[in-house]
Design a protein around this ligand. Structure first.
Ligand SMILES: *[C@@H]1O[C@H](CO)[C@@H](O)[C@H](O)[C@H]1NC(C)=O
Ligand SMILES: *[C@@H]1O[C@H](CO)[C@@H](O)[C@H](O)[C@H]1NC(C)=O
Length: 292
């Protein structure tokens, strides 16, 4: 009697065990979407914009954590907006290669953005190089011709939460390199930013209307500010930054508009400057800065 009961319980246990593994395994698997599967070509000249968008849309509509993968090689990309909200709160955008902007500067300058993530939550951009090909626009400006203002950044996160940018290299943007606008909880680390010392308005990292941004262990050398802090920035932490030619770290320009949001609680720790200055504020804005 006792043996029979034990046996039947054993049977029930095994039946349950046989059913259950498929459920957790399916939800834990990371879905991977390579841009190459959707027609992107690593030749630096085939327009891969739609392939990137398709891979993004698949990753974004996946209910489980997902990865967009950009393999090695040069991928030609026009202006592109990776739009949320997404089903999953965990998307890894892993770049092994280089994303190259059009050499005709007017293509992205007309739109005003190059690579934009909008309304996303839990996106990590990891590795890779962004080449904004800004030099032709800079020489147009230097020659005093009538030229467009330029796309405002190589990479922007706007209205997003819980973002990380890790080990990314950004070169030769038309204007700013990396920008957060209207974001909460952003970590930027191990980033390398380079543009010619005489390139106009090529700020390295620009933060505005954002709370809880941390910028760590990065090397920035551009023709303008290494890091610039715009209106509405709170709880910004900047640590271990090497700031080579450029204008240093600046708060402002503030006070351009009436009733503009202030800047509060900015911490700057361990910065190596070469031929730059630290933290010029500009009149008009309310600033409270607490360097360690
Ligand atoms: C500071 O950042 C550099 C990269 O620019 C990195 O190599 C170094 O390990 C960092 N130092 C610390 C103490 O984290
Ligand atoms: C200031 O910002 C840091 C993050 O940079 C945060 O840890 C700290 O709590 C903030 N302080 C106040 C008073 O909000």
């Amino acid at each position: 009697m006792a043996t029979a009961l034990a046996l039947s319980m054993l049977t029930i246990y095994f039946a349950a065990a046989a059913l259950s593994p498929s459920i957790p395994a399916a939800s834990a698997a990371v879905k991977k979407y390579s841009v190459s599967s959707y027609g992107a070509k690593p030749d630096g000249k085939t327009d891969s914009t739609n392939a990137f968008l398709t891979a993004w849309n698949k990753a974004c509509s996946s209910p489980s954590p997902s990865t967009v993968h950009v393999p090695a090689g040069r991928f030609y990309l026009k202006n592109v907006a990776f739009q949320g909200p997404c089903k999953t709160k965990s998307i890894m955008f892993r770049i092994d290669g280089t994303l190259v902007a059009p050499s005709d500067y007017s293509v992205i300058a007309k739109v005003g953005n190059w690579i934009l993530f909008r309304h996303v939550n839990g996106v990590i951009v990891s590795g890779g190089t962004l080449d904004g090909q800004g030099a032709s626009l800079w020489s147009c400006k230097a020659a005093g011709k009538s030229c467009p203002t330029g796309a405002r950044q190589n990479l922007e996160f706007s209205n997003s939460q819980n973002v990380q940018i890790n080990g990314l290299t950004s070169v030769n943007s038309q204007l700013f390199h990396i920008m957060t606008n209207g974001c909460q909880n952003v970590k930027v680390k191990g980033v390398e930013v380079t543009a010619a010392g005489n390139s106009p308005n090529t700020d390295g990292i620009h933060v505005q209307s954002s709370a809880g941004v941390t910028i760590l262990n990065s090397r920035i050398g551009t023709g303008d500010d290494c890091i610039s802090i715009g209106p509405g920035t709170t709880n910004l932490w900047i640590e271990n930054i090497s700031c080579r030619p450029g204008h240093g770290i600046s708060i402002g320009s503030l006070g351009k508009q009436l009733h503009e949001a202030g800047v509060q609680n900015v911490t700057v720790k361990t910065i190596t400057f070469t031929g730059t200055g630290l933290a010029r504020g500009s009149p008009g804005g309310y600033c409270s800065s607490t360097p360690l």
